[in-house]
Design a protein around this ligand. Sequence first.
Ligand code: AMP
Ligand code: FE
Ligand code: FE
Ligand code: ZN
Length: 286
Amino acid sequence: MSRIDLHTHSTVSDGTDTPEELVAAAAAAGVRTLALTDHDSTGGWERAAAALPAGMRLVRGAEFSCDSPDGRGGLIPVHILGYLFDAGHPAVVAEQARLREERVRRLTRMAENIAADFPLDPAAMFGYVPEGATPGRPHLGRALIDAGVVGSMNEAFTRLLHNDSPYYVPKADTPVGTALRMIREAGGVAVFAHPLARTRGRVVEPSVIADLAGEGLAGVEVDHPDHSPGDRALLRGLAGDLGLIVTGASDYHGANKTTPLAAETTDPEQCEELLAKATGVEVICA
Ligand code: AMP
Ligand code: FE
Ligand code: FE
Ligand code: ZN
């Protein structure tokens, strides 16, 4: 088995496996090429590299929180995966630091909103965010489970944390064009993460993907647990028309989601094409 999983999270963002546990679990799942893509952070890169099991390749990456035109005249939150960019690039460092601060502000307000109606200590929430990690809604979800407000992470999202919830507070994400430029200037390659994950809320019109392809987007994540068969077919056709690389990945979050590692994978040829485009940092081979 030589599986390729290009989208995973660790405790450096909202996953539950440490970077060390993640690479070990990936090896056990038959993954030979693994990308670590924590939200708005490269803080797990060194730890994952140091713990890399023999025979595994590590693709260093991150998932950038962005605002994108939706193709209907509005803006919506989207995620862009950046691979093999220079993590020391000043624009990347500054924007990731700003976003983590913005996330603290926003998550605090969401916790306060919920605490007005439910038995939750908003201050306790940050006890669920590991030191230095990017805070996200799943950390608040854990606090809500432990407080007995909800019975599961899925219930936390469907009842309280989803994008259209009255308790939801938006955050000021990076304009998607800025993120694409930043990733490229840092020598990286950009892939649109789960563009049609409709269960999470509104998604972009296909025309937006074409526009972003013109702004430096290199690929699109087609095989993702939140994509329907119909949407996968639509995206595959679009990628073919636009000359975009097609990826597939689990978006593994450990116990914070039910999807196992390598539940979805990337074709080896597509993967090599993607990696060959990067000039920022090398793939690490153990
Ligand atoms: P945030 O980054 O704070 O906006 O939170 C978004 C994160 O919440 C995503 O990256 C997912 O990890 C997680 N998420 C979104 N929807 C769900 C869901 N239905 N169940 C579990 N986790 C979810
Ligand atoms: Fe996440
Ligand atoms: Fe995402
Ligand atoms: Zn993700």
